[in-house]
Design a protein around this ligand. Structure first.
Ligand code: DGY
Length: 348
């Protein structure tokens, strides 16, 4: 699919993306826009080399693609100046290799903060109240009438939510859980989130002034402290060498037997084999997963676990956000082509 065939700059998108704003923006800025419609979900390095061709000024790519040395070298040979991931995460991008070839890299933070936090909150609630299990029970024709012990779950109010990685998304999630469900907060991050702490303090004071039990916050000195103390834990770190298998067998064992673990960050942050064993041995422990160690696959056994809710990496999948991500990715690429610093640079 090609827009503005005579445009001065050639910009390739490896996938069709939602909305038309991003296309219009590129066309308005004099770009020829080429959208790849190959009928396969994950493009190989070879597929992308073909797309880049002999001349390409910039590419908008996806988190499923391996943007390393080979692709950046091909893009640079084709005269490329910019690459943007349509994602906030860029663990699929070798930024150093890009910089070596003089290619600027962009990502799409901000527009997905609330949407992603809302999915983490949805998974938290769905796991706490066993919604998916109960839905299957209804559809299976198993409901014979109300019973005192039917699908009894956890009340979040007054429990402690643990957040690991209190950046943009982790902080938005923490606020939702504290304000929406009156949970106490414990978090672990290398940086101190003073805005989050001020918010929880002020909200606690508000509750107290209204005769309610105030919420509390605590900045943990280690991740283990969060794992031991929280009733519901949501993971929001970036994936790098230091966070690979952050949640492993030993750390799972530290968590409360009835805890809930949510992951909307990146799959490899959890050792998924260890998780499956833990779910099997601890039927009251529950998880809500949006991401998997080796997408699109799940480790054997995970799909059979009643105490796991699994969804296919949809945390940023709201219309507004996905259109925003596409627009931001386009802005990154065209800005750089026109000689400006990239709009959203993960190095900053
Ligand atoms: C991201 O942006 O990194 C998400 O995983 C996809 O929206």
């Amino acid at each position: 699919e090609v827009y503005n065939p005579n445009g001065k700059y050639r910009v390739v998108s490896t996938k069709p993306m939602p909305g038309t704003r991003w296309i219009n923006l590129l066309v308005d800025q004099g770009c020829r826009v080429e959208i790849c419609h190959l009928k396969k979900t994950i493009l190989s390095v070879e597929d992308i080399i073909d797309l880049i061709g002999n001349r390409c000024d910039g590419v908008i790519g996806q988190l499923t693609e391996d943007w390393g040395e080979t692709l950046f070298s091909a893009l640079s040979k084709a005269g490329g100046k910019a690459f943007s991931n349509m994602a906030v995460g860029y663990n699929n991008v070798d930024v150093e290799a890009a910089n070596k070839y003089g290619i600027a890299v962009g990502n799409t933070p901000g527009v997905l903060t609330e949407t992603t936090a809302e999915l983490a909150a949805s998974l938290s609630l769905a796991a706490a109240r066993r919604i998916v299990e109960a839905d299957g029970f209804m559809r299976g024709g198993l409901y014979e009438g109300w019973l005192p012990h039917l699908f009894v779950g956890n009340l979040l109010k007054g429990q402690t939510v643990g957040v690991i990685g209190a950046g943009r998304i982790g902080s938005a999630y923490a606020r939702m859980m504290v304000e929406g469900f009156k949970m106490n907060l414990i978090y672990f991050d290398l940086y101190q989130s003073t805005r989050l702490e001020k918010f929880v303090t002020a909200y606690g004071q508000f509750l107290k002034a209204n005769g309610e039990q105030p919420v509390t916050w605590k900045r943990a000195s280690s991740m283990e402290e969060v794992l031991r103390e929280a009733d519901l834990i949501s993971l929001h770190p970036v994936l790098d060498k230091t966070t690979y298998h952050l949640v492993n067998k030993e750390r799972l064992a530290m968590m409360k037997k009835e805890a809930i673990l949510v992951n909307c960050s990146r799959g490899p942050v959890i050792d998924e084999v260890a998780l499956v064993n833990h779910l099997r041995e601890n039927p009251m422990f529950r998880v809500g997963l949006d991401v998997f160690e080796e997408e699109p696959f799940m480790k054997p056994g995970l799909a059979d676990m009643k105490n796991a809710i699994v969804v296919p990496h949809i945390a940023s999948a709201s219309k507004w956000t996905r259109e925003g991500m596409a627009t931001l990715a386009a802005l990154n690429v065209v800005g750089r082509i026109k000689g400006y610093p990239i709009w959203s640079d993960p190095n900053r």
